[in-house]
Write a protein that binds this ligand. Structure first.
Ligand code: IMP
Ligand code: MG
Length: 188
C-alpha cells in the first residue's frame, strides 16, 4: 500500500517545513535566551511529536521537554468539541515559562483546554508554537499567559491534512510532508 497515493496534493514539502522550523527555532532562541528561567517545551501528543523533535534541535538553549495527551478526536475529521487531558506532565511547570507545541490550531478547543490546565499547574508564562493554524475554523478564543507569545509556522487553508505528524484514523503520520488527504478516503 502506498500512502502517497491517498494524498491529493502537497501543501508543504519536507524542505519547506524544515526551513520554517529552523526559523521558528531561531526566533524562540532569541526570545527566551534573556529569561532567567529556562523554558519547558510541552508537546501535545501524538500529533506534535515530529514537529517537536525537529523544533527542539533548532533551539540553542537549555530546556525541558515534556508531553501532554489530549483526547478530542475520534476517528473522524471533525472535533467532538470536548477535549480532556488524558496523560499528565512529568515536569513541574510551576513558575516556569511553558512553550506549548501543537501540530495545528483548528477550533481552538484543544489549546484552550491545555492552556487552562497549565495555568492551573502554576506556569508563569504560556506561549504557543504551532506548526499550522486554520483561522477559518476557530470557534474558541484562547489567551496566552504572562509574557507568552504566539508562534505559527504556516497558515493552513481549510482542508483536512495528513503527514509530518498529522493523522487520519492514526495513519499517515510518517509522511515527510504535509498534504491534503483525498476526500474519498474519509468519506468512504
Ligand atoms: P482543535 O481542538 O479543534 O483546535 O483541534 C486540534 C487538534 O485536531 C489538533 O491537535 C489535531 O490533532 C487535530 N486536527 C485538526 N485539523 C486537522 C487536520 O486537518 N488533520 C489532522 N488532524 C487535525
Ligand atoms: Mg492532535
Amino acid at each position: 500500500m502506498d500512502l502517497n497515493s491517498d494524498v491529493e496534493r502537497i501543501l508543504w514539502t519536507e524542505e519547506q517545513i524544515l526551513e520554517r522550523v529552523s526559523e521558528l527555532g531561531s526566533q524562540l532562541t532569541r526570545d527566551f535566551e534573556s529569561r532567567a528561567i529556562t523554558p519547558v517545551l510541552v508537546g501535545v501528543a501524538t500529533g506534535a511529536f515530529i514537529f517537536l523533535a525537529d523544533l527542539v534541535r533548532k533551539i540553542q538553549l537549555p530546556m525541558n521537554v515534556d508531553f501532554v495527551r489530549v483526547e478530542s478526536y475520534g476517528s473522524g475529521t471533525v472535533s467532538n468539541g470536548k477535549p480532556k487531558i488524558s496523560c499528565d506532565l512529568k515536569v513541574d511547570v510551576r513558575g516556569r515559562h511553558v512553550i506549548l507545541v501543537e501540530d495545528i490550531v483548528d477550533t481552538g478547543n484543544t489549546l484552550s483546554c491545555v492552556i487552562d490546565y497549565l495555568k492551573s499547574k502554576g506556569a508563569s508564562s504560556i506561549s504557543v508554537c504551532t506548526l499550522l493554524d486554520k483561522p477559518a475554523r476557530r470557534k474558541v478564543h484562547f489567551e496566552l499567559v504572562g509574557e507568552g507569545k504566539y508562534y505559527c509556522g504556516f497558515e493552513c487553508p481549510d482542508y483536512f491534512v495528513v503527514g509530518y505528524g498529522f493523522d487520519f484514523d492514526e495513519q499517515y503520520r510518517n509522511l515527510p510532508y504535509v498534504g491534503v488527504l483525498k476526500p474519498e478516503i474519509y468519506e468512504s
